[in-house]
Design a protein around this ligand. Structure first.
Ligand code: BGC
Length: 731
């Protein structure tokens, strides 16, 4: 062999090797565009490997491609902290000792802050915790709309208004994903009750769908650029949402151009064919519990496992849909676990505690404060009675999938003791959430708890009652709904007995839902304190003592009684349905849209929340009187802190169209702004709103339409407290 020929042979080998190597390694090259990496990886995968990626391999993970070094996807609940590790295919905790997280406040509290910046802080912090724990997907945030105060999962969502929940969801998602962790926005869509959630078939008009129930998901996808979304358990127009052609193929993937992965809710898949064709990418939780490879229902029997593979092999399905699913799952992996420069995360850091406390402080809502009952500065009273089970109960445990194993939880009692001193605070339980109503001895215990609380209150200068709901079954808990709007465990009686003894009574409600308040007119002060997570007690004590001035506003209306709520005004078919089907008969009139339009006075209106100071709103002004449909309205108004304390006010802008060709709510939230004002300070608030945002969804043409005519813009301190109005015309 001459030298020239040898060189040629060697160089051919080197070239071939290089090409092969380069081809194979392309998907591993983080500097290549993601789509190139995806196509390269897909070209190297077998059909078996592809199908394998489309279903779970454990309770919270799905397989990668071990042969190619493509990692598994590890997921975690969400949405308030990083769930403890569970056994491979059981719900039970695996008893690790390094997985106790920071609990952040529930999403209702976040929504009550009306502060997108604090939502970004939330997303950053929880995203860091997820990243540290090695998770690729965080199962949250939840953005289902608050339709009824009975929904057991409202605490995981962001209230009744599509605009508010959209504005709050976007920064959370963006900040989570900066950690190389995907947000998985849930539960898409119309999972607005827990009762019958696995089967109920929701019928709702196109208008209500597009105007009320979809906007937060749309914002999450189009603005938040969420990398994954979770299908809901329920059905919509006769198809389960985890494989719903209209929701997933048409709206999500075609109209909104979602390029991420659709993950099923755990056990939300019911059918192979629909899962193949109707937009599902990853099937989770169908069966589990000790059945990895043996038994009758192993992971390989999932709808998108062997039945799918067999279907492909027999020619029933082509690989077109499969490749689309795998592309999306690879994209998810390349964006997360296989991303370049992925930060390392942090877990239970002091910054996370501070973030949790700040979010809690900004979300607490002062609902009532007569005769300056609050604040109670340190040193003002010698004895403060703290009464109530929720002052000592863990409110991070329970409630279903959002239950957390925490590094620590400062209860309200601990927080108040730390603030005022143990010698000042006297605790008495007053009621118990652990008693069994049916047992005769329970009554005796309840009576004695009440008697001793009344004694504690009698000898105190002030009484703070800490009650509300909790995460027990039939309370604020996944899997079923509350059975009534009343406070449980005899709390109404406890509150009225305390009142009869000591009028200086502050009630603090920890809950994710509205409750009935038969005692409201007699108590001087009321705080809505949600579920506040690890820093609950410190945040509550800072508000009660006045070190932090409350600024939260209600993200949903509190009705006086259940029948005043829209969903409950149309009988069983509207809520909860006849176990097979339900119709959202109130249509677009959800929350304050209903109260306003039907002229029903709520107990507390959407957007209501007081401060220890007072604010005066100036008249709203606009830059023009007449606008084109593509214009932006520039509005402004002054706002003054007229009290003696620094404080923050959340100013709200509502828009109405008094004369329209279709029914329109009396007014709808279109903007809000949190303004921080020193005592005596005045600021001018300037806000821009697109005229396009005045549109309604036209179900005949399937377009968003702005009609020519008059629109009224108002600035308001709540949906029931309009300060001034201006009329503009749109041509
Ligand atoms: C819940 C989801 C949750 C999943 C995993 C389901 O039951 O509906 O929100 O993410 O379980 O825990």
């Amino acid at each position: 062999m001459n030298l020239k020929f040898l060189c040629m042979v060697i160089s051919t080998y080197v070239m071939t090797f290089n090409t092969l190597f380069a081809q194979q390694a392309l998907y591993l090259d983080v500097h290549q565009p993601i789509d190139k990496r995806i196509e390269n990886a897909i070209s190297l995968m077998t059909v078996e490997e592809k199908v394998n990626m489309c279903h779970a391999q454990s309770k919270f993970s799905s397989p990668g491609v071990p042969r190619l070094g493509i990692p598994e996807i590890w997921m975690t609940d969400g949405p308030h902290g990083i769930r403890e590790e569970v056994f491979w295919d059981e719900w039970d905790g695996a008893k690790w000792t390094n997985d106790s997280c920071t609990a952040f406040p529930a999403l209702t509290c976040l929504a009550a802050s009306f502060n997108p910046e604090i939502s970004a802080l939330y997303g950053k912090s929880i995203g860091e915790e997820a990243r540290y724990r090695g998770k690729g997907v965080l199962l949250g945030p939840g953005v289902n709309i608050y339709r009824t105060p009975l929904n057991g999962r409202n605490f995981e969502y962001m209230g009744e208004d599509p605009y508010l929940s959209s504005r709050m969801a976007v920064p959370y998602i963006q900040a989570v994903q900066k950690n190389g962790v995907a947000a998985c926005v849930k539960h898409f869509a119309l999972n607005n009750q827990e009762k019958e959630r696995m089967s109920i078939n929701v019928e709702v008009s196109d208008r209500a769908l597009y105007e009320i129930y979809l906007p937060a998901f749309k914002a999450a996808v189009k603005e938040g650029k969420a990398w994954s979304i979770m299908g809901a358990y329920n059905q919509f127009r006769g198809q389960h949402c985890c494989h719903n052609d209209l929701l997933l193929n048409k709206i999500l993937k075609t109209d909104w151009k979602f390029d991420g992965a659709v993950i099923s809710d755990w056990g939300g898949v019911h059918n192979t064919e629909q899962s193949v064709y109707n937009g599902l990418d990853l099937e989770m939780g169908t069966w589990t519990n000790g059945l990895t490879t043996k038994g009758t229902s192993p992971y390989s029997s999932y709808y998108l496992a062997n039945p799918y593979l067999q279907g492909i092999k027999s020619g029933k399905f082509t690989t077109k849909e499969l490749d689309d699913k795998v592309r999306r799952l690879l994209r998810l992996i390349f964006r997360t676990t296989m991303a370049a420069n992925r930060p390392f995360g942090k877990f239970v850091s002091p910054e996370h505690s501070e973030a949790a406390r700040k979010i809690a402080e900004q979300g607490i809502v002062l609902l009532k404060n007569d005769k300056q009952t609050l604040p109670i500065p340190v040193g003002k009273y010698k004895r403060i009675a703290v009464i109530g089970d929720n002052a000592i109960k863990s409110l991070v445990i329970g409630g279903g999938s959002s239950s957390l194993k925490v590094a620590y939880e400062v209860t309200p009692l601990k927080g108040l003791e730390a603030k005022y001193g143990k010698d000042v605070i006297q605790f008495s339980k007053g009621y118990s959430s652990d008693l069994d109503d049916k047992k005769p001895e329970s009554k005796l215990i309840a009576d004695s708890l009440l008697a001793s609380a009344v004694e504690t209150a009698r000898n105190a200068d002030a009484v703070i009652f800490v009650g509300g709901l909790n995460k027990n079954w039939f309370q604020d808990s996944e899997g079923d709904d509350r059975q009534s709007m009343a406070l449980p465990y005899n709390q109404d009686k406890v509150i009225s007995s305390l009142l009869a003894t000591n009028k200086n009574l502050t009630v603090i409600l920890c809950s994710g839902n509205a409750v009935e308040m038969p005692w409201l007119s007699q108590i001087p002060a009321l705080l809505q304190a949600w579920y506040l997570g690890s820093e609950a007690g410190n945040a509550i004590a800072n508000i009660i003592s006045g070190e932090v001035n409350p600024s939260g506003k209600l993200p949903f209306s509190f009705p006086k009684k259940l029948e005043d709520n829209a969903a409950h005004s149309f009988g069983q078919m509207s809520y909860p349905g006849n176990s097979k089907k339900q119709e959202y008969k109130e249509d677009i009139l959800v929350g304050y849209r209903w109260f306003d339009t039907k002229k029903i006075v709520p107990q507390f209106a959407f957007g209501h929340g007081l401060s220890y100071t007072t604010f005066e709103y100036g008249k709203i002004a606009v830059d023009k009187k007449e606008y084109a449909k593509t214009d932006i309205v520039k509005l402004s108004f002054a706002i003054k802190n007229t009290g003696k304390t620094d404080g923050s006010e959340i100013a709200q802008i509502y828009v109405s169209q008094p004369k329209a060709s279709v029914l329109r709510p009396v007014k709808e939230l279109k903007a809000f702004r949190k303004v921080n004002l020193k005592a005596g300070e005045t600021q001018t608030v300037e806000i821009e709103i697109n005229v396009q945002d005045f549109a309604f969804y036209n179900d005949k043409t399937q377009t968003w339409d702005v009609e020519s005519g008059e629109f009224v813009l108002c600035n308001a301190a709540s949906s029931a407290n309009v300060k001034s109005k201006v009329t503009v015309s749109v041509k």
